[in-house]
Design a protein around this ligand. Structure first.
Ligand code: AMP
Ligand code: ZN
Length: 492
């Protein structure tokens, strides 16, 4: 299948541009990772899922992707949280890295190829700062080192802000407290304060400022010029602007070819954020719904747009996933282990993959890709339930072809990674718990129905079925025996 050209919205150009790998066939991507001072929330998870899906799709397209996502484990917020707890800051950060890893695994996020930490990149950070000082782009002052913003002509090229506006916004307080030459200058290195983690440096003991870490880690693992750099919208200024200034002033090269920024996840009209306190922890959301349902929910909106969170949206996403998995279960039951011979298929199964490909090539249009899935699953249901053609072998071959398209879609989007049976059973367990269904009673009723049918008492068998239906339990007789599901909370 010939693929369309991939085009990506570049924040720098404010336009979609073709993705042309620096090294043919390869993509280097750096995503700013979590600041590990507390549990990750579903706003962070949305951004990480967007980039996870983008990486999956690029790999699906045959590109060899090197995916780097860092941990910010040295930071003011970490130090503050550690002091409040009476814990060592590096240990607190290490603890929340482990928690993050557990949550990321539960959400089925890909493990990045490299997940560097600030605390393990100090020599490289110091080396860049030394280079910046040598080039006259930065200056040491009283154990701190600052980047001299006005000496770097490209400053604000990403955020399109104006220096004059920033000047009036810069706090005088900082001017008094810090040894900056200009309120616009930002810290590359901060002199050690008591109780803070610190490392030896040419400027005395201290620790890096926030932004320099990403300049050092991206250069270390992707080189000084790479393909894609991502993060949430809130990182455009100052974080990414400062990364560009530091990296480009040090290397003289363009830091990356394309800047990608994800929209916010909102809760009740405000950005979900730890500082506002309006957060839903990822692990709490995953206690409620399946990880793929959360992923599906994230994919319902384009990665650059804002997405509003509600429990209802999440529940609806899981109901939608149930429809998909139920369809796959039905199709598998119909085709597994069967040979339908070679020959024509009904319709054009590949069409759905082409639609998905076109949507994803166009700046990773997630909702467009989900639209292609809708068509695909609708077609699978048509062919299993109401086949428009009589030829059973033709229907079988068509279902096999559609199932194959679903497998490819799964690779491209990170959905349907589970076996349908397992997924549906877990969904049922959650519903049983939520609705307080007595599973023992259901099993007894199913046995009683079997006995009634064996005794040819079909009236009683039907009565039992109807009684269970009243409890939202629907019995299904399949070739593998009788099973049951909870009727959808939406359709009930
Ligand atoms: P932090 O741990 O705060 O540095 O954030 C990690 C990542 O999550 C960054 O890329 C942020 O831009 C992103 N992020 C934070 N809050 C939200 C939100 N409400 N919606 C989407 N992304 C977010
Ligand atoms: Zn960063």
């Amino acid at each position: 299948m010939a693929h369309p050209e991939i085009r990506v919205f570049n924040t720098m150009q404010q336009a979609k541009v073709p993705l042309t790998p620096i090294t043919p066939g390869k993509i280097g991507i750096y995503v700013c990772g979590p600041t590990v001072y507390s549990f990750v929330h579903i706003g962070n998870a949305r951004t990480f899922t967007s980039f996870d899906t983008i990486v999956r799709y690029l790999r699906f397209r045959g590109l060899e992707v090197r995916y780097v996502r860092n941990y910010t484990d040295v930071d003011d917020k970490i130090i503050k949280a550690a002091h409040e707890n009476g814990e060592d800051p590096i240990e607190l950060a290490a603890r929340f890295i482990r928690e993050f890893q557990a949550d990321a695994k539960a959400l089925h996020l890909l493990e990045p190829d490299v997940s560097p930490k600030v605390s393990e990149t100090i020599p490289e950070i110091i080396a860049i700062i030394e280079k910046l000082i040598a080039r006259g782009a930065a200056y040491a002052a009283g154990g701190d080192v600052y980047f001299e913003v006005r000496k770097y002509p490209g400053y604000l090229k990403l955020s399109k802000k104006h220096l004059d506006d920033l000047v009036s916004g810069a706090g005088e307080r900082e001017l008094v407290l810090e040894a900056k030459r200009d309120p616009l200058d930002f810290a590359l290195w901060k002199a050690a304060k008591p109780g803070e983690p610190s490392w030896d440096s040419p400027w005395g003991k201290g620790r890096p400022g926030w932004h320099i870490e990403c300049s050092a880690m991206s250069a270390k693992y992707l080189g000084e010029h790479f393909d894609l750099h991502g993060g949430g919208l809130d990182l455009i200024f100052p974080h990414h602007e400062n990364e560009i200034a530091q990296s480009e002033a040090a290397s003289g090269k363009t830091l990356c070819n394309c800047w990608m920024h994800g929209g916010f996840l909102d809760l009740e009209g405000a950005k979900m954020s730890k500082s506002l306190g309006n957060v839903v922890r990822l692990r709490d959301a995953l206690g409620q719904v399946d990880p793929e349902a959360l992923r599906y929910f994230f994919l319902t909106t384009h990665y650059r747009q804002a997405l509003s969170f509600s429990d209802k949206q999440l529940a609806d996403a899981e109901t939608r996933m149930e429809y998909f998995y139920e369809t796959l279960r039905k199709v598998d039951e119909r085709v597994t282990g069967k040979d339908f011979g070679k020959g024509a298929v009904h319709g054009e199964p590949e069409k759905f993959l082409r639609e998905l490909d076109e949507a994803m090539s166009d700046d990773f249009n997630f909702p467009g890709a989900l639209g292609a899935l809708s068509g695909l699953f609708n077609e699978m249901n048509q062919l299993t339930d109401k086949p428009p053609v009589k030829d059973k072998a033709l229907v079988g071959r068509s279902l096999v072809a559609l199932r194959d398209v679903a497998k490819k879609a799964s690779l491209a989007l990170g959905l349907f990674e589970d076996s349908p049976q397992d997924w549906l059973l877990r969904r049922r367990d959650r519903q049983v718990a939520r609705l307080g269904i007595d599973v023992k009673k259901v099993d007894e009723a199913i046995n009683a129905r079997h006995a009634a049918r064996a005794a040819k008492n079909f009236e009683e068998a039907d009565r039992i079925r109807a009684e269970l239906k009243g409890l939202r339990v629907e019995i299904m007789d399949t070739p593998a025996g009788t099973t049951w599901k909870v009727t959808s909370e939406l359709s009930a």
